[in-house]
Design a protein around this ligand. Structure first.
Ligand code: FAD
Length: 527
């Protein structure tokens, strides 16, 4: 087996992976860094981010306000120290991004333009029209490509960690020639993004298959809070169209949600109407659609001046046009869809996981900043704040030199089962949506676990060197962990809603923690 060595290995080329790699080059100019990604640098949820990035840049705002909003959104499960780190480091990260050339929108006086998003008490979301992610990722990717310290390994899919005596020594991968090899490194960083593809209705790119959580869990790492999935209220709902996100910023700028009769129905469910927290608005839409037996509700942009729509939402205009919707004159049909995974691999405030040599950052990590529900636009911010801290930590410590591992990866046959595997993948996505989507009950969750376990077994028999098999196995493991966590938590909190336990229970102010097959509660990190 081919062994290639790096001083640090980063898996994932979203905002978290790119930024961590760049920070490492600043702090450790002699290191050789491998950046592995299963597509190329331009494909990630980060690239798709629309609304913006939250940070205090206005004199009428303070990190304390930002922190308070974050804690309120997290409904008792945020870790206060992590939130403190996040909100206080935010303004400096914005300056770093501007120094890298990121072009945030500005007002007529040249100040950073700020928008409002749900559950923020102040306008504090910076943006670049409605393609903020692309504005960030393109600059980060350019800088990475210019660095001679970073070797980009694209079209390369990490299969599993390479573990020796309980320590992570590197990763096994499948390259574009379908060869399995091993990258060896004392520092392995999972920056693999979220797992919203586990649901048939989701706003994420095809690559968001929960690989990091599944890989880390199989190696024995602690994962937590996987039941907390944010369902975005407004995904485009047109037959055969992907569930393209219609950013919350559209409601922030004044758009209304209306039903088929033109009623602003969300006020029947919450006094903040469209700007109530995302889980509240998603459930309001879900309940209203069940009541009215209609397939969609609508987002009506007529309260926003036309020139403002054109300036702020050029990409949404373009995508809706592709589906024959003129958003200046026609309300957009929308439904909720899975959007963001709050839980993940447990890390300390410098990204260290419970496995020596293994780190995690971005959506795959659970730093504790999101609790039971993410405050909008805190997730891009998290990638930068914690990416930098991770880089500082691994550069300042003594990283044990690892030998070439003796472990090898089992031989996998050539791909020959694609149709069967694709059927299992679609079935996992449909079942997760039905049983563990916006509204959950015990019987559905129990049945789902039994079915998913059977698919996990089937997938072991179907092992082959195809990306489809690798991702479907990860989705099955992710679905298993998510559904078990959702069954375990017998209350409703934040984005987790149990119709059979509709209230928030103060006795449940704990994280759901899984290691191997063991599931339990924890008031804090376990190590
Ligand atoms: C449509 C949309 C809009 C959003 N808008 C906003 C917003 O306005 N503001 C905000 O704060 N957040 C937003 N989010 C959330 C935010 O984009 C993500 O939480 C954040 O970008 C995650 O970054 P990341 O680097 O952790 O992961 P990602 O950006 O998802 O990157 C993951 C990377 O890992 C790679 N990868 C995964 N598995 C493997 C593997 N096995 N082997 C090799 N490579 C692998 C992928 O190819 C990808 O390069 C949005 C998300 C979506 C989907």
């Amino acid at each position: 087996m081919n062994h290639t060595r790096f001083d640090a290995l980063i898996i994932g080329s979203g905002a978290a992976g790119l930024y961590t790699a760049l920070r490492l080059t600043d702090l450790a100019p002699n290191w050789r860094i491998g950046l592995v990604t299963k597509d190329d640098l331009s494909i990630s949820a980060s690239d798709w981010a629309q609304g913006g990035i939250a940070a205090v840049t206005d004199k009428n705002d303070t990190p304390q306000f930002h922190g308070r909003d974050t804690l309120l959104a997290g409904v008792g499960l945020c870790e206060a120290d992590a939130v403190d780190v996040l909100v206080n480091a935010a303004p400096r990260q914005i300056q770093n991004l501007i120094a890298l050339g990121v072009d945030f929108d500005r007002d007529q006086d040249g100040n950073l333009a700020l928008t409002l998003e749900a559950a923020h008490s102040k306008r504090r979301v910076l943006h670049s029209a409605d393609t903020t992610g692309r504005a960030l990722v393109s600059k980060l990717a350019d800088a990475v490509l210019q660095s001679d310290q970073i070797q980009v390994l694209s079209q390369t899919l990490v299969l599993d960690l390479c573990m020796e005596q309980g320590r992570c020594q590197g990763v096994f991968y499948l390259d574009r020639q379908q060869e399995i090899g091993c990258f060896v490194s004392p520092v392995v960083v999972l920056a693999t993004g979220g797992g919203a593809q586990v649901f048939s209705q989701n706003t994420n790119p095809h690559s968001s298959t929960g690989d990091g959580v599944a890989i880390a869990w199989r190696a024995g790492a602690i994962v937590r809070d996987l039941e907390f999935v944010q369902f975005h209220p407004t995904a485009l709902a047109v037959a055969n169209a992907p569930r393209f996100l219609i950013s919350e910023a559209v409601r922030g700028e004044g758009a209304y949600l209306i039903d088929h009769q033109g009623d602003r129905f969300v006020f029947q469910y919450h006094d903040k109407g469209e700007l109530a927290p995302r889980d509240v608005v998603s459930r309001a839409i879900f309940t209203h659609l069940q009541k009215t037996k209609e397939p969609t509700v609508f987002l009506d942009l007529h309260p926003i001046p036309q020139e403002r729509i054109a300036y702020r939402f050029p990409n949404i205009i373009k995508i809706c046009q592709q589906w024959q919707i003129d958003i200046f004159s026609t309300p957009i049909p929308v439904t909720p869809a899975a959007h963001y995974c709050m839980g993940g691999i447990v890390v300390d405030s410098h990204g260290a996981t419970s496995i020596e040599g293994l780190y995690a950052v971005g959506e795959t990590a659970s730093t504790g900043v999101h609790g039971a529900n993410r405050l909008a636009s805190n997730s891009l911010l998290e990638c930068f704040v914690f990416g930098e801290r991770l880089a500082e930590k691994v550069c300042s410590q003594h990283n044990q030199i690892v030998e070439n591992p003796t472990a090898t990866y089992p031989e996998l046959p050539q791909s020959h089962n694609l149709e069967t595997i694709q059927n299992i993948k679609s079935a996992i996505q449909n079942l997760s949506w039905q049983a563990a989507g916006i509204c959950r009950v015990e019987a559905d969750l129990e049945n789902a676990i039994a079915q998913i376990t059977a698919w996990q077994d089937d997938l072991k028999q179907l092992a082959e060197t195809s990306r489809l098999w690798i991702e479907t196995r990860n989705l099955a493991d992710y679905a298993y962990l998510l559904v078990r966590s959702a069954l375990f938590r017998t209350e409703s909190r934040g984005a987790h809603y149990r119709a059979d336990f509709p209230d928030t229970d103060p006795n449940w102010q704990f994280h759901t923690v899984i290691r191997g097959e063991e599931i339990g509660r924890s008031a804090n990190k376990l190590y």
